[in-house]
Design a protein around this ligand. Sequence first.
Ligand code: SF4
Length: 388
Amino acid sequence: MKIKIFTFGCKVNQAESSGLQQLFSAQGMEQADRVEDADLLIVNSCAVTDESVRKVRQLLRSIQRKNPDALIALTGCWPQAFPDDDFCGADYVTGTKDRDALLQWAVQCMKLRPLASETCITPYRSAKDVFSPLPCADTTKTRAFLKIQDGCNQFCSYCIIPFSRGRCRSMPLERLETEVENLAQQGFREIVLTGINLGFYGTDIGCDLADAVEICAAHPKILRVRLGSLEPERITNEMLGRFAACEKFCPQFHLSLQSGSDVILKRMNRRYTAAEYEALAAAIRSLFPDAALTTDVIVGFPSEHEAEYQETVRFVRKIGFAKVHVFPYSKRAGTKAADMEDQIPQTVKIQRSADLTRIANALRRSHLSKYVGRTLCVLVEGKKRQNA
Ligand code: SF4
């Protein structure tokens, strides 16, 4: 059986698709390069915005047209968060919780083509859910994205993820040691620890993110340890001290800000103030003078008037981020913010997004210019095709 996987959304979804790919290969399934050559097409969906779901629908329809004989399986955050939606006639539908069931169904299909479509979406049952590991992603044979945490307990008012990923749960440290050993033996030299809310790693199993970093760094063949996206409120000075004591730790912190206005942060149900964020940035820079601080900012959140927006602009300038991902607020059905009054017109969102992106690009140029003339150690990931 030839399969092809399409992935939408975050690094965790990408890591999971790669893990699924390895599970399917272990069952003797080959990878198809083109839609037309596949017997089974798998779509790993994202539901973070209405737009992401629209794109998944669009893909489902186009692959059905291109290869009407292929079986189609839909998985990921969309079905998990909205189990009653119409999934465009997919043959098998499952969420983020029942990845094993998807594998079993695919193996069954190798023997006998199903006559009817099937759905397997198990709701999350809060603290009872355990972390279900998938084989680690091998995007390049040098750098591995290792998902060690899943779920989120924060319920930010604009975010659907807690509904599609359940409560926080972590990979046990013993399993992490095994994964690190496997990756090192496969030749990986950098491990990027990822999660839905990575900063919460270990809160359910009595350890923390610094423990995970130290386990990765302890392996002689692993040269670098990097962190995926972080929420500011979980990073303590004690943790920073342990990161700083770890020579292999990559001083890049993607600390999600979302807004520089305390009024808006409150309405977003974010758990920190601009001053607390600034203090954390200062603590990071005192331990890592060369740190790269990157972030995400939402512009045009309900009730973000010009004054609040300008607070965000001033704050972004003050921190001097190495990179800022700017997102115009996108209403997401099922979230509190979607029902909030004082929604901002789309034209204003687009204008603010362009404005802040321009400012962020200038900050990035000044960050990168600091390195001109310096000699740095780099990790080679591969060759670019056009000038091999
Ligand atoms: S911390 Fe907030 S934005 Fe991040 S996944 Fe959780 S609810 Fe969503």
